[in-house]
Design a protein around this ligand. Structure first.
Ligand code: GLN
Length: 308
């Protein structure tokens, strides 16, 4: 049963119980700007469809959105392209690390799904090719979803990724060699790194994705963000692939569509109820935050949120 009475107290308790897990993870350091983030920080926020927000810890502090940006990019691309998108990127779990290259060559430059790096770079190509100023369009979309006009991309993180993005560049050039990238690769990578560098807080993130828990309609403004069918499709992809090669375990333990990012955040969609966003920088070997995983798992269990 989904109860919100005393939810703030429950969030505080779960966060405090999970903090000892800091030491079991490691802050992402392959992007030098992210390595500078203090590890011992954590937050959780729950936004509900009736407009309430509950939180604990540093829930208004900004962190790097990283791969969670893949959700927003995908929704924008689905709003621009019809089913032809699904000929250029598939919807199967990869069972591989998020930045793996091997599968992409075997499968002729068609990424397994839009939430691994290759897939998100393909989506970035769609955005660059369909918007005159795709980076601004991305920020405008997030500002509209959060109602916060000051959402921005952190320049230091953006430049750091641009400088150290060789693996993502390799994925992009490989796809280009198969004819699956239309725009010029440097422009596509710039868009991708820029969206990953978005700075956001747990409270803002939880609010921004309420439309996925509400069949495509942002409940606070009643605005249609995507079709009901596309909200279903995004949730389906997040359920099977959002936690990379730990997606099966996450479904087994938690049973909610979810997405992680190497900034340390995880967001989980609870259809017809709301959105949970948790953040803490230390990551497990799959690139998923150890504290955020634990907080979301326990919250889902306590409130009986699993879809299964
Ligand atoms: N910007 C990061 C990268 O491309 C995103 C990865 C992630 O958050 N899993 O490597």
């Amino acid at each position: 049963m989904k109860q919100t009475a005393n939810l703030t107290g429950l969030l505080q308790r779960l966060l405090e119980h999970s903090r000892p897990l800091y030491s079991q993870g490691k802050v992402a350091d392959y992007i030098p700007a992210l390595a500078q983030v203090a590890p011992q920080q954590a937050a959780v926020a729950v936004a509900t469809l009736d407009g309430k927000i509950f939180s604990a810890g540093a829930a208004q502090q900004n962190f790097s959105l990283q791969s969670i940006s893949k959700i927003f990019g995908l929704v924008m691309a689905m709003n621009r392209l019809s089913d032809e998108l699904w000929q250029r990127v598939h919807m199967e779990p990869s069972g591989q690390p998020f930045n793996s290259i091997v599968q992409l060559e075997w499968e002729q430059g068609i990424p397994r799904n839009p939430v691994i790096n290759a897939g998100a770079i393909l989506v970035a190509d769609v955005l660059v090719s369909h918007y005159s100023a795709s980076k601004t369009a991305f920020l405008t979309f997030l500002r509209r979803l959060t109602g916060v006009e000051t959402i921005y991309a952190d320049q230091q993180v953006y430049l750091s990724e641009l400088e150290h993005g060789n693996r993502n560049a390799a994925l992009a050039y490989l796809m280009k060699s198969f004819g699956n990238i239309e725009a010029e690769v440097p422009q596509v990578l710039e868009h991708y790194f820029h969206q990953c560098a978005t700075a956001i807080s747990c409270e803002q993130l939880a609010r921004s994705l309420l439309f996925l828990a509400n069949r495509g309609v942002q409940p606070l403004s009643n605005e249609i963000i995507c079709s009901r069918r596309d909200a279903h499709r995004v949730n389906a992809i997040l359920s099977t692939s959002g936690m990379y090669d730990q997606s099966g375990e996450f479904a087994f333990k938690v049973g909610l569509p979810a997405k992680s990012g190497v900034g340390g955040a995880i967001v989980a969609i609870v259809p017809q109820f709301g959105v949970i966003a948790a953040w803490s920088p230390p990551l497990n070997p799959y690139g998923n935050s150890v504290v955020a995983m634990q907080v979301i798992s326990q919250l889902a269990e306590e409130l009986g949120l699993s879809l299964f």
